[in-house]
Design a protein around this ligand. Structure first.
Ligand code: CUA
Length: 183
């Protein structure tokens, strides 16, 4: 760095140690920028977005969040948007379970086939919970009053467990469920 002083060029004095730390800071910033680029564009990691604001006291009473009535066909919480390709799943987290905790339930008759795109809409009706689907990029908070959403693809058939990742009280360890992906 240099400045003009009395028509003469003077090199600004920077202590060698400080100069070294400035270099380190620049390298760290470049590493962070690369990490974000790799995570976002190569690994498909997304930041969960806030889809909408809802009333946590009544959210579970109506479709698509409500449990199906006894005479109802299928589960409104698991929606087949494009058969075999696109699905939407609505999950409520509350002390201390996920509803529905089996996605799909054996009775729902809906199965999510491998390779389909699944969008999760998750909210909480009481305290802050977490929602993490093992072996996928789905991992976010379930906050009362807000709907968090994230889209993922299940390429391999099998059972995918999901768990609560925020400590939410004595039943925290019992908050889990599973998603079945068929061939
Ligand atoms: Cu819900 Cu921990």
């Amino acid at each position: 760095m240099s400045t003009e002083a009395g028509g003469e060029k003077v090199r600004m004095h920077i202590d060698p140690t400080e100069r070294a730390w400035i270099r380190v800071a620049i390298v760290v910033l470049v590493i962070f920028a690369l990490a974000i680029t790799v995570a976002g564009f190569m690994l498909g990691i997304q930041v969960p977005t806030e889809e909408q604001r809802v009333d946590p006291r009544t959210i579970g009473d109506a479709a698509p969040w409500a449990a199906p009535a006894a005479d109802e066909e299928g589960d409104p919480r698991i929606q087949e948007l494009v058969p075999g390709e696109k699905y939407a799943v609505y999950i409520i987290a509350k002390m201390w379970l996920f509803a529905p905790s089996q996605v799909p339930t054996p009775e729902s008759g809906i199965e999510i086939p491998a390779g389909a795109e699944v969008t999760f809409y998750v909210t909480s009706t009481d305290v802050q919970h977490g929602f993490k689907v093992q072996n996928t990029n789905v991992n976010f908070m379930a906050v009362p009053g807000e709907v968090s959403t994230l889209t993922t693809e299940f390429d391999e058939p099998g059972t995918y467990d999901f768990i609560c990742t925020e400590y939410c009280g004595t039943g925290h360890a019992a908050m889990f469920g599973s998603i079945t992906i068929t061939e």
